[in-house]
Design a protein around this ligand. Structure first.
Ligand code: G3H
Length: 482
């Protein structure tokens, strides 16, 4: 039987029941590698979306009444179920979003670890007592009891590139804090997300506490993000969509994890071997389809040739091919993404950039591109390719590097490579980003570190403790003593 005949159709979870949509419509996901069908998800109607949100709202109160340790039990069981389903989920991630198999497996394990740490951290969330007399003597009879309470229903919208990890990274903190969740995965990635919800369901998910919504964002997105029973939107994805969502979401908080144009700034005294290894690892893993990928190198002219030689060697050694073969650089998520990368490269080469690798493309597979002598008039100096392209911008001094780094619309992370740590800290303090990595590649983890972007890279903070705090509000009860 041909693959297209046997690809599965997946149901959505609504108030404890796995269902097909009354729309009668499904959306087929195809493998980015060869367009073979991976499976189909339901195209839900607005009415079904409404049931998902109102069902979550109804389930939230009982859940919030449980203790932290009772809620933690569900999270531990979920992590166990995910690990039991590790191979099935990793294989689905691999097929659905074209991630190398071992990276897909690591994603599942990282997610289980994330969930378990979240359960532990949730147990450590506590309030405080504030004595009124610290402000003025006349208020000494007042005692404020400050506690954290859940916001209500969290809308979690996840991207294609970490269809399990970045979904659970929204759902687990919401649950441990006592919220209910409506989970809308990116359509490409929705099958992996569905399996993750199956694991949660098997773990004993109370009916309605997490409802799964699938369908095209263009059809149900506005309805979902403006639903009056949503209390916070947590979105990871493109900056344009993030901005759109934040405009739509009036009077409710949003957490946005958006794009980046993370620079690696390489100074004259850097360990070039280490810098080159981190830059290639940071720039090309999962074909550069990570918000935290290194997306430009700002290198001082004096060491540029030496660095470029090392980068060339390391790029040559990258495995390019199919996710099944565990390649690092694999086909991009779709044709549009590959076309976009190609345009950026063509624009740069047309304006005088020097390609140091063969420019080659087979379908959605774009071979890694190293571009030297990139200048600020080239689009690739500013746009996020979300693909395997690394532009080298040679700079005369540190000030120029900082200016170019900060001219970006984005401000997620930056790396500074130098043996002079004091200098790195000084440069870091001038960089308009959420995190600075000294002598290391840009990356989100470890997952308990705060993770945030400034400018068009995001709003709000994540990282396990921050993520829990972000889905709670402080409630103050003042005791006026006689
Ligand atoms: O794509 C955005 C992710 O948050 C990046 O996570 O640095 O662990 O790859 P990562």
């Amino acid at each position: 039987m041909k693959a297209e005949m046997i690809a599965n159709t997946y149901q959505f979870l609504l108030n404890g029941e796995w269902r097909e949509s009354l729309s009668g419509k499904t959306i087929e996901n195809q493998s980015p590698s060869d367009n073979t069908p991976v499976g189909s998800v339901q195209a839900m109607t607005e009415n079904e979306v409404n049931l998902a949100v109102t069902g979550a709202k109804a389930a939230q109160k009982d859940w919030a009444n449980l203790s932290f340790s009772e809620r933690a039990e569900l999270l531990y069981a979920w992590a166990d179920q995910l690990l039991e389903m590790k191979e099935e989920i990793a294989e689905t991630i691999m097929k659905e979003v074209g991630k190398g198999y071992s990276s897909a497996e690591k994603e599942v394990v990282r997610t289980a670890d994330f969930i378990k740490y979240t359960a532990e951290e949730g147990k450590r969330i506590h309030g405080e007592l504030i004595n009124g007399g610290s402000f003025n003597a006349g208020s000494a009879n007042k005692l404020a009891m400050v506690q954290r309470e859940p916001l209500g229903v969290i809308l979690a919208i996840s991207p294609f590139n970490y269809p399990v990890n970045l979904s659970a990274a929204k759902i687990a903190p919401a649950l441990i804090a006592g919220n209910a969740v409506v989970f809308k995965p990116a359509t490409q990635g929705a099958i992996s997300g569905t399996l993750m919800v199956r694991a949660l369901d098997k773990a004993g998910l109370p009916s309605g506490l997490v409802n799964l919504v699938t369908g095209k964002g263009s059809e149900i997105g506005d309805y979902l993000t403006t639903h009056p029973s949503i209390d916070l939107i947590n979105f990871t994805g493109g900056s344009e969509t993030g901005e759109y969502i934040s405009k739509k979401a009036s009077m409710i908080p949003v957490i946005l994890e958006l794009g980046g144009k993370d620079p690696a700034i390489v100074l004259n005294d850097a360990d070039l071997e280490k810098a080159a290894g981190d830059i290639v690892g940071g720039g090309f893993s999962y074909s550069g389809q990570r918000c935290t990928a290194i997306k430009r190198v700002l290198v001082l002219d004096e060491v540029a040739d030496a660095l470029v030689d090392k980068l060339k060697d390391k790029i040559k050694a990258l495995e390019v091919g199919m996710p099944e073969d565990n390649a690092t650089v694999t086909p991009l998520i779709n044709e549009k993404a590959a076309d976009f990368v190609q345009q950026l490269v063509d624009d740069a080469v047309g304006k005088g950039a020097t390609p140091l690798t063969d420019i080659r493309r087979e379908g959605n597979l774009v071979y890694p591109v190293l571009l030297d002598n990139v200048t600020v008039d080239m689009t690739v100096a500013w746009e996020e390719p979300f693909g395997p392209v690394l532009p080298i911008i040679r700079v005369q001094n540190i000030e120029e590097a900082v200016i170019i780094a900060n001219e970006s619309e984005y401000g997620l992370q930056a790396s500074v490579f130098t043996k002079n740590v004091e200098q790195a800290i000084r440069i870091g303090s001038e960089l308009e980003v959420g995190s600075v990595q000294i002598n290391g590649k840009t990356e989100r983890g470890p997952d308990h570190f705060p993770f945030l972007g400034v400018k068009n890279s995001g709003l709000g903070a994540q990282g396990i403790r921050k993520s829990i705090e972000s889905v709670t509000r402080e409630k103050v009860t003042v005791l006026n003593m006689s």
